[in-house]
Design a protein around this ligand. Structure first.
Ligand code: FMN
Length: 194
C-alpha cells in the first residue's frame, strides 16, 4: 500500500505489554484533534474520556474489586491486589464513556459515536508510536465502577485504552509486527438476486 495513512491503519494492532513511557496531556490533546471529527449524528458529542495516571489507576483497580458489593462490604485483599495489578499494567489508562445526550436519537447511535471515537483514539495513539490495548470486561457494568465515573443510568463505560511505550527488543527492533488479517474481500457483499 503506498498511502502512508492507509498503511498505518492496516498495520494497527493491539499491544498488550507496554513499558512505563506514555504520552503526556499535551500530546493527548494533539492526538484528540484527529478524533473529534468522528462521524456524529446531530453533533451530540456523546462521549467523554477520563485519564488515569500514577496512583489514580489504583482507583480503577479498587472499583473493579468492589464490583457489585455493598458499600458497607470490603472486597478481599487478594481481590484488591489482583485488580490493582491489572489496572497498573500500563502507565496510562483512558476510560471511554458513552453519554446519551438525546432521547430523540436511538441510544445505539450515540454509543456508536463514542465507540468510533475510541477506535480513532486507539488508531491515533498507535500512529504516534504508542502501544495500546482496549480492554473492558464484566467489571465495566458494576455498581462501584459506574459510581467511580459518576455514570447516569443512560451512560455506559465502553472500557479503557491501556496505553504505554512499545518495548524494544535487545536487537533494537520493535516487539510488534503487523498481524495476519482476514481477506478484506469477505466483508463486501451485494443483495441476493430477486
Ligand atoms: C470494546 C472492546 C472491548 C475489549 N475488551 C477486551 C478485554 O477485556 N480483554 C481483551 O483481552 N481484549 C479485549 N478487546 C480486544 C482487544 O482490544 C484487541 O482488539 C484484540 O485482542 C485483537 O487484537 P488486535 O486489536 O491486534 O486485532 C476489546 C476490544 C474492544 C473493541
Amino acid at each position: 500500500m503506498n498511502n502512508e495513512f492507509l498503511r498505518t491503519m492496516s498495520e494497527r494492532r493491539s499491544v498488550s505489554t507496554v513499558d512505563e513511557s506514555a504520552p503526556g496531556d499535551d500530546a493527548l490533546r494533539e492526538l484528540l484533534a484527529a478524533v473529534v471529527p468522528v462521524a456524529d449524528h446531530k453533533g451530540l458529542r456523546p462521549w467523554r474520556l477520563v485519564v488515569h495516571r500514577g496512583d489514580d489507576r489504583l482507583r480503577v483497580g479498587d472499583a473493579l474489586a468492589q464490583g457489585d458489593l455493598k458499600r458497607s462490604q470490603e472486597p478481599e485483599a487478594k481481590e484488591v491486589e489482583h485488580f490493582r495489578k491489572k489496572a497498573t499494567r500500563a502507565p496510562l489508562l483512558i476510560a471511554i464513556i458513552a453519554e446519551r445526550r438525546s432521547r430523540k436519537l436511538p441510544k445505539w447511535e450515540q454509543e456508536a459515536v463514542a465507540s468510533g471515537a475510541a477506535h480513532l483514539l486507539e488508531l491515533a495513539l498507535f500512529a504516534a508510536g504508542w502501544g495500546v490495548m482496549w480492554r473492558s470486561g464484566v467489571g465495566t457494568e458494576t455498581k462501584a465502577v459506574r459510581r467511580l465515573y459518576g455514570l447516569e443510568k443512560r451512560d455506559r463505560l465502553l472500557g479503557w485504552l491501556y496505553v504505554g511505550g512499545i518495548p524494544e527488543r535487545s536487537d533494537g527492533r520493535r516487539t510488534t509486527k503487523p498481524k495476519k488479517r482476514p481477506d478484506p474481500a469477505q466483508f463486501l457483499s451485494r443483495l441476493p438476486a430477486e
